[in-house]
Design a binder for this molecule. Structure first.
Ligand code: GLY
Length: 363
């Protein structure tokens, strides 16, 4: 099993490897012996698969365990669900030295993290992501939160986990569509900062894409570890999203609007892929990216079954961006990849952003 150190304050470790779910109890006990009670937060899809394993491990390690299972789906990533988590912890008599264990995908790690960040003004959270998207992105870095009717992730808190435990075996049974959606964030890391990961993914694409690495323990561990290391590198530099961390939003400003336009029926990673495709086209049209480099990125997205366009209008993109967190004062931070493996933050006024998006769409 691999351990990646995250040098935030406080620091923590991301443990990655086959079979890690069976060690959740002992890993938490070792790192945080003061914790007595834990609330496992999970959803109706993940509970039947992994809740028993994690619960047993925690009980064997002598934690007092309670559970909170919510109906799976982004539509439940709201204050009502978090409020029920707070009530459950209050009923169970949780104190400041108790903890949340979030078991599941990005919605679960975001909400479990937010419940922990706010209950008694902050208790520990241990993130146990089971989807590719949550392993490579959502569970690492301390962003927690919920959606509002106006937009995604508009209420939340920075709250670093006390440990992240990632079992790559979970990826073996994850439906193809969920692997695909996670690949949206994996490809994002390759494009914005990791040429080596890009080459690794080009090679796997030529060998058959997702089906070629489904059962390849070594590749799964290497791919997840590389993505976690990339993300950790960024967040240690800019924990609170004031600078470099914004590069992780490549494709996200447009993607979030597409996601909301679909009433959250389209998965996040798919919308991010569409958003990246649109920004890639706009960057070519604006003379910021060579057509050949753009073609390589779009081909790789397509090779992993990801869409690269959407019928969102430039007006919708601008309106949505004005309600997004990426807006700072009067300007929108647009992440542009000018060369694969590097990225830049370009600040645009809403008018400039509208022209930028329209250029790509009409190109
Ligand atoms: N998912 C982007 C970030 O954590 O900053």
């Amino acid at each position: 099993m691999k351990g990646i150190f995250v040098g935030t304050k406080p620091s923590y470790k991301v443990i990655i490897g086959k079979g890690a779910l069976t060690q959740v109890g002992s890993l938490i006990k070792k790192s945080s012996p003061e914790v007595e009670k834990v609330l496992i937060v999970t959803d109706s899809n993940v509970a039947p698969l992994y809740l028993d394993t994690v619960k047993k491990g925690l009980e064997i390690s002598k934690f007092e365990v309670s559970e909170f299972i919510y109906e799976a789906g982004e539509q439940n990533k709201n204050i009502g669900t978090v409020s029920d988590m707070w009530e459950k912890m209050a009923e169970e008599g949780f104190t400041r030295t108790d903890a949340v264990v979030s078991l599941g995908g990005g919605v679960t790690t975001d909400m479990g993290g937010f419940a922990a960040a706010t209950f008694l003004r902050g208790i520990k959270v241990f993130q146990v992501p089971t989807s590719l998207l949550a392993m490579v992105d959502a569970a690492v870095g301390g962003k927690t939160g919920i959606d509002l009717r106006t937009g995604k992730n508009l209420a939340g808190a920075f709250h670093q986990p006390s440990m992240v435990i990632e079992d790559t075996d979970c990826l073996k049974t994850l439906p193809d569509e969920l692997i695909r959606e996670g690949m949206g964030e994996v490809l994002k890391h390759a494009f914005i900062m990791d040429p080596e990961l890009y080459e690794m993914l080009v090679k796997k694409a030529s060998e058959g894409g997702i089906s070629s690495f489904r059962d390849d323990d070594q590749f799964l561990e290497a791919m997840v570890s590389k993505n976690v290391a990339d993300k950790v590198d960024v967040i240690v530099d800019d924990e609170h999203d004031n600078g470099r961390r914004q590069t992780l939003n490549f494709g996200h400003t447009v993607g979030h609007v597409i996601e909301r336009n679909s009433d959250f029926k389209l998965p996040h990673g798919i919308c991010v892929a569409k958003g990246m495709g649109i920004i890639i086209d706009s960057s070519v049209k604006a003379g910021m990216l060579e057509a050949e480099e753009a073609g390589k990125m779009k081909d790789l997205l397509s090779a992993y079954g990801l869409p690269v366009s959407d019928d969102i209008t430039a007006e919708e993109a601008v309106d949505g961006a004005m309600n997004d967190k990426k807006k700072r004062g009067g300007t929108i931070s647009v992440i542009v990849v000018k060369k694969i493996g590097t990225s830049e933050i370009v600040r645009m006024t809403p008018e400039e952003y509208g022209e930028f998006i329209a250029g790509g769409k009409n190109g």
